[in-house]
Write a protein that binds this ligand. Sequence first.
Ligand code: SAH
Length: 353
Amino acid sequence: MEKTDLLSLSLEELAEELALMGEKKFRAKQIFQWLHVKRVFDLDEMTDISVQLRQRLKEKFCVNGLFVQKRLESAIDNTVKYLYRLSDGNFVETVLMEYNYGRSICVSTQVGCKMGCNFCASTIAGYVRSLSPSEILMQIYETERDAGIRVSGVVLMGIGEPLDNFDNVMRFLELVSHKDGNNLSLRHVTLSTCGIVPRIYELAEKRLGLTLSVSLHSADNRRRSEIMPVNRTYDIGELLEACRYYIQHTGRRVTFEYAVIEGVNSSEADADKLSGLLRGMNCHVNLIPVNRVRERSYHTGRSGVARFAKMLEQRGINATVRRTLGSDIEAACGQLRRDAGQQDGTLEGGADQ
Ligand code: SAH
């Protein structure tokens, strides 16, 4: 029988499991705190649990750890990129970033991605599987342990499409913010999506208090469908309607991500279209210079981002330019891969090996 990963269980599920084993419910909270507060994942180290119970638990449960395969530190901005090996041998990347208010972590939600955005490295090697709640959470716990820090913010902006792994991501959010556990306010969590419309409605119903970030990248349907295949299923009109519903239902402002790509989405006409679409909406535009992906030839052009920001400003649209972090180690937006090491031929041993 395959063992259940303890770290993916909610406190209630853990209590039910223990009840089934004839144990008292308060044990669940003890175990939950060992895992999520003390970060002890070996049942043998949970010293206030009897040896017999630990033994019985080990027969049914496990904690699938992740291992640091490679750690790359940026020479320019203190960004650290981790290549993690999962228990089944797959890899994902995680990025630890430094801002003046603290550390923030960018986690992956899937091994690879099936969305096919053609400016993004995460989709190039295809999709393998979704991550479990435990594997998403462990990226935070393991990075915090390795770096000896606590993060103050989490962004679901690594490899994969969070809304294509909806249930596991919802469980992850419950675990990361649980008051008896890690206790991170969802106000400090951002979920980024390429625009899976039905799941945006579903997320709105949950009224979670996180920040929803939508990768828009073009205000023109034909152009957006060329660069983001998801637009062929859910077009800009449907996407913005879902965003309006989200704003109305949650009272939260939505962020639109817009990677400025020369010759694709940064002309005066593009600024007209974008401002026309967003005018009056409780939103914010985050401009990103398109980051280099070695298989592609997209670029932002000289002062492209600043120029486009100005065009939007002149049209009354609130836009900021996002700092690019970790570009020297391919840790910036859209540069993460599920097989980073193998691609550039440097996967020899690992930082911890
Ligand atoms: N699948 C989700 C989560 C990924 S977040 C989503 O699409 O939102 C990663 C962010 O980086 C997204 O906004 C994505 O569109 C953007 N991105 C992808 N490739 C990029 C690149 N080469 N340069 C800049 N941003 C990029």
